[in-house]
Write a protein of this length. Structure first.
Length: 146
């Protein structure tokens, strides 16, 4: 029986959208919430410490923290080609080759996380909440074959 397991993470991040026609062109921050959902068949190995689990929540936490939360938490994310932000420097400035919208950040997180799970588990959805009323969502079931 396939079971979905979800864990939610929070992190703080600032960004700016180069050339945007609204206030998001200015450097500003959000308290992000990332929900990660994995699908798999629970282990049925009697006596095994992970018996009954698709994935140990602690293991899921370790993976997401290493590949998403730690690299992005308390950083300022800016598009690397944006001239208007070239003067902004610092240890916590992360330059990316895309416009750091909620949608593009979510795509980055999918690419960082998908390879981290064994074949018997699948990353099936990510939801990145940027504000209390706004989020982007990725669903594996809606992806076309590449």
């Amino acid at each position: 029986m396939l079971i979905r397991v979800t864990k939610t993470f929070t992190f703080e991040m600032a960004h700016a959208l180069s050339g945007h026609d609204g206030p998001c062109r200015n450097v500003h921050g959000h308290s992000y919430e990332l929900a990660v959902t994995i699908r798999g068949i629970p282990s049925h190995e009697k006596g095994h410490p992970k018996n009954g689990m698709v994935i140990d929540f602690a293991e899921l936490k370790t993976i997401v923290n290493k590949h998403v939360i730690h690299p992005f938490d308390h950083t300022l994310v800016l598009p690397e080609e944006a001239d208007e932000y070239k003067h902004i420097t610092g240890e916590a400035v992360l330059r990316v080759p895309y416009q750091p919208t909620c949608e593009n950040l979510l795509a980055e997180f999918v690419h960082r996380l998908q390879p981290q799970f064994p074949q018997h588990m699948q990353l099936v959805s990510l939801r990145l909440r940027e504000t209390a009323t706004s989020w982007a969502e990725w669903l594996e079931s809606e992806q076309e074959e590449e």
